[in-house]
Write a protein that binds this ligand. Sequence first.
Ligand code: ATP
Ligand code: MG
Length: 124
Amino acid sequence: MISILMGKREARDVVVEMRGITKRFPGVLANNHIDFDLRAGEIHALLGENGVGKTTLMNILYGLYRPDEGEIYVRGRKVNIRSPKDAMDLGIGMVHQLFRLVSRHTVAENIALEKTYVEGIIPP
Ligand SMILES: Nc1ncnc2c1ncn2[C@@H]1O[C@H](COP(=O)(O)OP(=O)(O)OP(=O)(O)O)[C@@H](O)[C@H]1O
Ligand SMILES: [Mg+2]
């Protein structure tokens, strides 16, 4: 009974759900049926060895890659994220690793900069 009640509360707070995400590159299984839930207010750290598939999973959430299998839900609604613009329209931003960052900017400023590209204020 407790778990059922918790389940309802948690389901309401879930902002992003990734279910069974699988991504293959030639000769590489980068993501193997990954489940990931993000609830409002949470901060997650995705940890793992080099090449284990962290960036691939985030690139899928941000629409840079399409998953071979799996589903994504945003605020309980199944979504089809085909591009970074689709992701941004859903409120998903991405601060890229290393070379695409403005090093003097904060994380928030880098996110804001990415958003201005998508909205066409600054040409890419
Ligand atoms: N565009 C691509 N084409 C082919 N293989 C790719 C591509 N992107 C990623 N891979 C492969 O998928 C696997 C997962 O890579 P990914 O970059 O997601 O790992 P990572 O966990 O982010 O690694 P790191 O800690 O080095 O950033 C690696 O074997 C990588 O070589
Ligand atoms: Mg990476």
